[in-house]
Design a protein around this ligand. Structure first.
Ligand code: A3P
Length: 303
């Protein structure tokens, strides 16, 4: 493993005072600890055809997607007052692929698992098992703010520097546009196994998108459930307003050991579309628009 890292391109984030060094592995940047996990997962993770992977780049709505999918899958077991989501961080409600290498002991039929691994670096067994993948993405400008503000808060560093690094592709599992592109191309090749969800669409029309999600992962809502308002109850349970006020999701209760950067806004910050306008100059806006046009216009995705 050490030998592998010696050969990888390396970049220490300008503003981090030498604290955060990213390596580029198979075309994507991340820190050593996370990339070691990716490499181990590539060597030994065994996907099952019944798995459902929730995939994303950080800060694109992962926490929300995890909460929704968990609430959908476990709705026969728990109701709004008994669900573990009231007492457990959504990230701890389901396993992370890179941290679930030994599945021999695991006889559970719980299908959900999450990962930030780019499509082209997923363990081979994910592709050969044909398991389902749900991919969430979000407006790039809001992702930049969400990701960089979380990191910068620890160092009080200038946003401009972090912005430039993000635009150079150096961000967690970045370049962000390549992360999207990998899953997007795969979704065209294997439409039955990959569902694309957009954070802003989920916000704008939660009912139909949550129904789509439930159906895709094999837990469709029955007519009786729909009539009884089960979809709306799940949306309410997983709403930012509800989850962010729970004790377990408050900053001081986060399991800091697992995260490189901790601060009070890490998983629950503002959840506001267009917050980038509070941070971007006109030049920044133009630069990102150009970049996304250049990198993603062929997909037709609106970011
Ligand atoms: P902001 O930083 O813009 O507020 P991730 O979960 O991938 O790390 O993404 C975090 C972003 O999703 C943060 O965005 C966070 O506030 C927002 N978020 C977290 N929970 C949410 C929810 N239940 N509904 C909508 N947005 C949510």
């Amino acid at each position: 493993m050490e030998e592998t890292f010696k050969t990888l391109p390396k970049h220490t984030l300008n503003w981090s005072k030498g604290k955060l060094t990213f390596y580029k592995y198979e075309g994507f940047w991340s820190i050593k600890k996370y990339l070691e996990e990716v490499i181990l997962a590539q060597q030994s993770f065994k996907a099952r055809p019944t798995d459902v992977l929730l995939c994303s780049c950080p800060k694109t709505g992962t926490t929300w997607l995890k909460a929704l999918a968990f609430a959908i899958v476990t709705r026969d077991k728990f109701n709004e007052s008994t669900t573990p989501l009231l007492t457990t961080l959504p990230h701890d409600c389901l396993p992370i692929l890179e941290k679930t290498l030994d599945r021999i002991e695991d006889n559970s039929c719980f299908p959900l698992m999450s990962t930030h691994i780019p499509y082209t670096s997923l363990p081979e067994s994910v592709l050969s098992s044909n398991c389902k993948i749900v991919y969430i993405y979000r407006n790039v400008k809001d992702v930049i703010v969400s990701q960089e503000i979380s990191k910068l808060a620890i160092e009080d560093a200038p946003f401009e520097e972090a912005f430039d690094e993000f635009c150079q592709g150096v961000s967690f599992y970045g370049p962000y546009w390549d992360h999207i592109l990998g899953y997007w191309k795969a979704s065209l090749e294997r439409p039955d196994t990959i569902l694309f969800l957009k954070y802003e669409d989920l916000k704008m029309d939660p009912v139909s998108n949550v129904k789509r999600l439930a159906e895709f992962i094999g837990y469709p809502f029955s007519i009786q459930e729909t009539n009884a308002g089960v979809v709306e109850k799940i949306i309410q349970l997983c709403s930012f307003e509800n989850l962010s006020k729970l004790e377990v999701n408050k900053s001081e209760n986060l399991p800091a050991k697992d995260f490189v950067v901790e601060n009070q806004f890490f998983f629950f910050r503002k959840a506001k579309d267009g917050d980038w306008e509070n941070y971007f100059t006109d030049d920044m806006k133009e630069k990102v628009d150009k970049l996304i046009d250049q990198e993603l216009s062929s997909t037709g995705l609106v970011l």
